[in-house]
Structures are given as C-alpha cells and as structure tokens.
Design a protein around this ligand. Sequence first.
Ligand code: ASP
Length: 418
Amino acid sequence: MEKRSPWWVLAGLVAGVGTGLGLRAWQPNAGPFLQTWVEPWGELFLRLLFLLVIPVLLTALPLAIASAGSLLRLGRTALSAFALALLLGASSVLVALALVNVTHPGKSMAGKVPPAEEIALGQGSGFLAQAVNLIPGNPFGLLAGWLGWESSAKMMLAILGLAVGLGLMMLLLPESRGKGIRQAWEGTFAICMRFIAGLIRWAPGAVFCLTCLSFFRTGPELLGYLGTFGLTVLLALALQGFGVYPVLLRVLGKYDLGKFWRGIREPLSTAFATASSNATLPVTLRAAEGPLGLRPEISRFVLTAGASTNQNGTALYEGVTVIFLAQAAGVDLSLTQQAVVAGYALIASMGTAGVPGGTLPMIAAVLASLGVNPDNTGVGIALILGVDRFLDMCRTSINVTGDLVIAVVADRWAGGKS
Ligand code: ASP
C-alpha cells in the first residue's frame, strides 16, 4: 500500500477532475449531496494537514539548523538556498513579464463582465461538516486572531522566526547539554511524520473530494471567460515548471529527471488539491526524505523555509495579474514600471502566506502602490476571483515543485548524491 500510494493519489486527482466536470455538466443539482457527503472528507484531510504545519515547522527547521553542525555550514546552506530562491523567483517573474507583453491579456477584457457561473455550495451544515468544523481551518489565522494581528502571513513569519531562533540556540548549545532537547524535538518530529504516513493513505480519496468540488464549482468555462489571461498564466507556469526547473535540476543538481518527477507525485497532487504550500509541507518533507533521497539536514531547512518564502508560481501570477489588471483598467505600464512590478512581485511572493488565495491581498497592495485602484475601474480583483481557485491550484503546484528543486540542488551543492 505504502509503495503504490503515489499512483493512487494521481488517480484520485484525475478521477476528481473528471467527476467534478461530469457532475457539473449532467447533474448540476448535485451541490447539496457534494456538500453533505464529499466536501467534509476533503476538508477534514486539509484541516488535519494544516494542524500539523505548526509542529512540523517548529521541529523540522530547528533540527535542520542544529544538525548543520556549525554556523559556517548553516550559513552556506542558507546562502545557497537564498541564491537559488532568488534565481528561480527572478526567472519566474521574467517569464511572466515576457509573456504578458506578447499576449496583452488586459486589452481583450474591454466590456466583459465577471462570470456568474460558479456554483455556490454555501456553508456545510450536515453532521459531518459540523464535526469537521471542530478542527480549525487555518491555525495561523487562529493564532493571529488571538493575538489581534491582522494577517496570518505575519503569524507565519513570526513562527518561522521562532523556529530559526530555536534552531540557533540548539546549534550553539554544547553537545552534552543540547542532547536531551534534540532528542525531544526528534521525537516530536517523528510523531508528526508518523501521523502523515497514516494520513497519506487516505490522500487519494481526499484529493478526489477536493478536486471534484473545485471543478464542480468552477467548471472549464471560466478559463474560456478569462481567455488570454488564464492561458498566459498557465503557459508561464508551464514554462517555469517544465522548462526552467528541469534545466536547473540537470545542470546544477545533476539529478535524474525521471526520479524527480516520480518522487514528487504525492506532494504535487496534494499541492494541486489543497492549493496550499503550507498544508502540503509535511507531504513535501516526506517525499524529500523518502523517494528523492535528500539528506534531512538540507531538505528540512530548505523546504520549511521555502514553503512560505519561495513561491515562484505566486511571483509569476502576481506579475501577470498586476499587469493584466492595470491593462484592463486602461493603465499602460512603461517598461520601467514593469520592472518595478517585477521587483514588487518577487518581494510580495516572499511574504505571501502559503494558503489558498494567499496572494490576493498582495496583488491589491502592489496595485495600490502603482496607483491603480482596482475597485474604481470596474475591472477589479473581483474579475479574477472566479478563476483564482483553479489558477491557485496550478501555481501552488509550481511553488511546491520549486521548493523541491532548490532542495535537490542545495543537497548536491552540500555534497549529496543523486
Ligand atoms: N496558494 C498559494 C500557496 O499556498 C499562495 C498563493 O499564491 O495564493 O502556495
């Protein structure tokens, strides 16, 4: 079962897409059934994954830092991961800008109205949905709410900071005194991974439920509606994922591409289904230490930090969307302004929370800083909301893949074997 599971997850994904689209076309009244019997199972999986993220972050990152052995080695790993993240981020924004200047998606939007095609499922009220609601949906948001902070992205960064601080203390503590705490942390991390190993058996079903719902709600028409915009985003993501990543994996990582794509089936399907890099993090760590065979001290560090700060798909999406919305609002950005957008998109993507729709507040902020107020133009962010979920599923897959590419290359640079 353990060995077959990645294929089953992909099968769940394909079946979910097909069933969602099929029900939408032939049984559009299936909403209440899906809401009562299908949605809670997908939601339960998502919430359990999310529940694990904080303990995973607080254990994996400190352990990775502590196992670097010295500040010098830690600095080397951090620097190479950061340089790679910048390289991948910059390439994704460049791909986005190049494409958007060729396709001019905003210009074709004149006179179009947002779609009303999304089938709303509303708030689940059945027994199952009530039970699932007992588990918090976004623990970062919950903690942020308790502390009166306005965003869960800030909470996430605070937890990352805490984990780095803890790791540095463990690293600097003399071996004899730090041994106990490391063992306790290893034990907690092992419990999280054990939990994931159990949860992942249920992934094919959960991935089926989540994708079936997404495709039932939005359908394929939405891509047609946004036409050039949706296609530009998808093409740019594909170029990054199937063009830039393989080159880096081969040239810098000297890694076997077949092994890579086979090894990331689980995190890739989970990222697509959940649209959240943070929720996918435990599954990503599992793939890195399992089928990809990367050393934990490198992969744990790169992946835990990368899940919230290295988001190539998001950077690319922010670049395309900001220029698209500006074009649709009749604002033609000069090349210099586009270069500023590229810089903003890169920085904003690093601060984007790895949760579904995490990028939307960032896009609003970037637009505002360019003097484009999307709400006054009649073609605001609302315009992209209909397709955002589907594009989110795609960009999150690229985000997670990008983290794994960096982990592979950093592992190689630190002397690992492929
Ligand atoms: N959903 C994305 C992620 O978790 C963030 C975003 O682009 O909205 O990686």
